[in-house]
Ligand binder design. Structure first.
Ligand SMILES: [Mn+2]
Length: 318
């Protein structure tokens, strides 16, 4: 971790990127580091392969995020990534090496490929925000309300509101520090969770109707085609925001919940959530995906029916 802080301090021009379909942790931890480094007088560019979801548009610094294509052939001293489990996650149009001679990789996904020159992976951390906080401490930056807000959103969303088994005493201690810095949990929760779109809620309705139950496999999953999004008037972002897959995990007798959703022609996104007995990161890795023991995913080539066969095959051979 000290090396991480040293590397960040040594670079003059730093490029940071969110990961594809950025979540609260990717946005919160990345923007927190960027904000801290800017305060230290460093030049930081934050980019993203996908837009920031509406749920997170209130976070300080989101307005500074530029799309990859705007970077052109710009050169940096360092590419610094938080919450990116592999080199493809930032969705850069060119190899990361084309942007900077050094790559820094800080993450909490156990499946992290350990890419880059300086790597710090702590699978015990519930969120990359915990690692970002440790970085800020080492940088000697005071965590004021803006920084606390970024870290709190990362921590709160990646722990499912401190409900997931990844939540540790350390997560709660950090939350307490962030509350001391002025965070109002009720306010944040309303901003993140209670500004959802009607399209998202309609999509949830369609997903609930599509429920497939395989109790002999302890599996329940939803299937959403491209037409579902049009019918509901929803975007892929709405699907993420409303947390559709979690509704299937609530079922008694079910260990793993899944969501198969068509993501353009010939591509299906699979999300898996486990109650804990089944390591879904390991299952997802078998089909080219990754993630955490209890939350993982993969992108499957082919149509929905083919993706469903892959999913069932995975569980039949488990
Ligand atoms: Mn994360």
């Amino acid at each position: 971790m000290k090396e991480i802080a040293q590397e960040l301090r040594a670079a003059r021009r730093i490029l940071m990127s969110l990961h594809r379909q950025p979540d609260g942790d990717s946005i919160g931890s990345t923007l927190a580091i960027a904000m801290a480094l800017r305060r230290l007088g460093q030049e930081v560019t934050v980019t993203s392969p996908d837009p920031v979801p509406h749920a997170y548009d209130f976070l300080p610094g989101v307005e500074t995020i530029v799309p990859w294509r705007e970077l052109g052939s710009a050169q940096f001293d360092l590419v610094a990534l938080y919450d990116c489990a592999d080199e493809r996650r930032p969705g850069a149009p060119r190899p990361l090496r084309d942007y900077a001679p050094r790559i820094l990789n800080v993450d909490h996904h156990a499946t992290n490929s350990r890419f880059g020159d300086v790597v710090f992976v702590d699978p015990v951390a519930a969120a990359s925000a915990e690692l970002a906080y440790r970085t800020l401490e080492l940088l000697g930056v005071t965590v004021d309300r803006d920084l606390a807000l970024l870290l709190y959103v990362g921590l709160e969303t990646d722990t499912g509101g401190f409900r997931y088994a990844t939540t540790t005493p350390g997560s709660h201690r950090l939350a307490a520090r962030l509350l001391d810095a002025g965070i109002e949990p009720g306010e944040v929760s309303e901003l993140v969770y209670e500004r959802q779109s009607v399209g998202g809620l309609r999509l949830l309705g369609l997903a609930l109707d599509s429920l497939r139950l395989r109790p002999e496999l302890s599996l329940a999953y939803f299937v959403l085609g491209d037409d579902a999004f049009a019918e509901a008037g929803a975007t892929a972002q709405d699907a993420e925001t409303i947390g559709i897959v979690d509704y299937a995990r609530r079922l008694e007798g079910i260990e793993v919940a899944g969501l198969l959703r068509s993501d353009g022609p010939g591509e299906v996104k699979l999300s898996l959530r486990s109650k804990g007995q089944v390591n879904v990161a390991e299952l997802a890795a078998r089909i080219g995906g990754g993630g955490h023991e209890r939350a993982a995913g993969a992108t499957l080539m082919g149509d929905l029916a083919q993706a469903e066969e892959v999913l069932l095959g995975l569980f039949e051979r488990r």
